[in-house]
Design a protein around this ligand. Structure first.
Ligand SMILES: [Zn+2]
Length: 424
């Protein structure tokens, strides 16, 4: 099945390679969902981030060992997302090494307190779909900001707890490197960036990558601080970095190129905020606001603001619910009918389930896939023609998957389609 050509093109950057950023600094790109960075000193090595699987970490380490056989003495986590913390045991190699993170290092996926209610199971099911976990290599062509085809063995298995945590900007010296660690909230509140002034290299974690930022993942997440992420772009620019070692996608080289990207990222996030607020103040509902929202002309064509990973419409809807809540302002929604109740009445009004199924099938045939799904959902909700309706929905999702440039949307459609097929 052919994925969107732009999404396939985005994946071309994930050729497995240890990029040399300075004589003694390397970034491993293309081995894992995220990048792993090495700072090689006289007697030991610092690793920044560790990838999502022990298998990927082993592959990266094997290639790094062609460059240096020095021991890895320090690991720095830029943030707590699973794709950055799960290969630590491989790099530590059985030793109790120093592991540095921010003082609010905490993942909404990893650190689940079982004693309090938490939608963990829902999040896991949705995370699996977003990242296409268990899809075939042919189906999972991309993560948007990482290669689709990568080792899955040892996923989440190699995490080690931080041993040192910092609450504010801190200078450290390790292996001969004078580094500044600074809190820089963005994709997560616990982000830490690493600045090596001597070569003007900034390790920015997931605060910038080659895609529109993922302000609202389909897996579900607590509200992400849009303003904080935009403000952090100014904080990163203040370093005037010449090399940006990103947590995903290729590093960015050159002071001007970096400044342009960080400025555009900031402005894109602020644009989503401004336009969403305008819509909210005009009394519009979140779906209408999101469907009309586009980046302004000077940003719309920037290759690093395309929706390979983050999605402008999802971001807008997230901002709406995160700042104004679930209610769209329309009193009809206050005591809204349940989907099953609404569907039963709508199907009756239309003239019965057979008519609705026929309409869904012809919508599908005409590539009106969204409408086909909405009709199919009504049948599924009432239990009428469920098997046939599921078939329509499965086919519609597969069509939509091939049309989207957004990797998490593609993966979500494809895995959900398979789940529905297996349930039929
Ligand atoms: Zn990441």
């Amino acid at each position: 099945m052919p994925a969107h050509p732009d999404l396939l093109a985005q994946d071309a950057q994930f050729e497995k390679k240890l990029h040399k950023l300075a004589p003694n600094v390397f970034s491993a790109v293309g081995y894992a969902a995220s990048n792993v960075h090495f700072l090689v000193g006289q007697e030991g090595v610092i690793v920044v981030d560790t990838s999502e699987t022990t298998q990927a970490a082993e592959n990266i380490l094997a290639d790094f060992r062609e460059i240096s056989d020095l021991p890895i003495n320090t690991i720095i986590y830029t943030h707590s997302h699973r794709d950055h913390i799960s290969g630590a045991t491989v790099f530590a190699n059985g030793r109790d090494i120093e592991i540095i993170a921010s003082d609010n290092f905490k993942s909404d996926i990893v650190d689940v307190d079982e004693t309090i209610p938490h939608p963990h199971a829902a999040m896991m099911a949705r995370t699996k779909r977003q990242f296409g976990i268990t899809l075939s290599d042919d189906e999972r062509v991309s993560l948007g900001v990482g290669p689709g085809k990568r080792p899955m063995k040892g996923m989440g298995a190699g995490f080690m707890q931080p041993t040192v945590q910092f609450g504010k900007t801190t200078q450290i010296e390790r292996e001969g490197f004078q580094l500044e660690l600074a809190k820089a909230p963005g994709e997560t509140p616990d982000h830490l960036v690493v600045w090596w002034a001597e070569e003007r290299i900034l390790f920015c974690g997931d605060n910038f990558y080659h895609s529109f930022p993922n302000l609202s993942p389909l897996r579900g997440t607590p509200y992400r601080e849009f303003d904080a992420w935009a403000d952090t772009m100014d904080q990163l620019m203040a370093y005037e970095p010449e090399i940006l070692a990103t947590g995903h996608t290729l590093p960015v080289i050159g002071a001007d190129a970096i400044k342009q990207r960080l400025t555009d990222y900031r402005d894109a996030i602020r644009h989503v905020i401004t336009e969403t607020v305008k819509g909210m103040n005009a009394g519009l509902d979140p779906i209408t606001i999101a469907s009309a929202l586009k980046l302004p002309e000077n940003l719309a064509d920037k290759p690093y603001l395309q929706e390979f990973y983050g999605h402008i419409g999802y971001a807008s809807r997230h901002y709406f619910s995160g700042t104004l809540g679930w209610f769209d302002g329309n009193p009809t929604r206050i005591a809204e009918l349940t989907p099953a109740h609404e569907a039963a009445r709508m199907i009756e009004l239309i003239g019965g389930a057979d008519k609705v199924l026929a309409a869904a099938r012809s919508a599908l045939a005409e590539d009106d896939s969204q409408w086909a799904m909405e009709l199919a959902d009504r049948l599924i909700a009432t239990g009428a023609s469920v098997g046939e309706a599921r078939q329509v929905k499965v086919a519609a999702m597969r069509k939509l998957a091939d049309l989207t440039i957004n990797a998490m949307t593609r993966n979500y459609y494809l895995l959900y389609a398979r789940e529905l097929e297996e349930a039929t």
